[in-house]
Design a protein. Sequence first.
Length: 196
Amino acid sequence: MLREKLKEHNVILASKSPRRQQFFKDLDINFTIQLKEVEEIYPPELKGTAITDFLADLKSKAFVNLADNDLLITSDTIVWLDEEALGKPKDEEDAFNMLRALSGKKHEVITSISIKSNHFQKIFNDITTVTFKELSDEEINYYIKNYQPFDKAGAYGIQEWIGFIAIENLEGSYFNVVGLPVQKLYKELMSLKPQT
């Protein structure tokens, strides 16, 4: 479906996330991976979806010379807890503090995606609400030691051990928490107008 729909495009995924790359393969998208270093700094007044929208757009701006048939896809995910954005933890202590903060609480996982060509740009987002049980220090330390969640927003992967034992409730897209709201992405890509 998507392979045929996007056959005129050179689809570029600007993400080193193995989970996002796997989603693209599973959606049967013919794509290449291109990475650009971007300093992910956003204005402090931004909140929630405004942060991820800004960062997805910022990542797209690093690609200055798109060819006419290029279709660039960038994205950003944060965990939003008590009016604060949790990104990727810097170290074990940071990861512990994030998981301790999430313990016994409800938070939002927010992902924004930018689809950009030389002719248009569309930015959209998705929000999933996740409720954690109370976590013991032993559970947190076990997870960090065995799973090293330093490449994940909020210091956890829902598809890993912590997701099995900690998540009491989930409202919205499970795949968004893994790293990409694939149903929304599929809908947006299928609705692209043919290039003229």
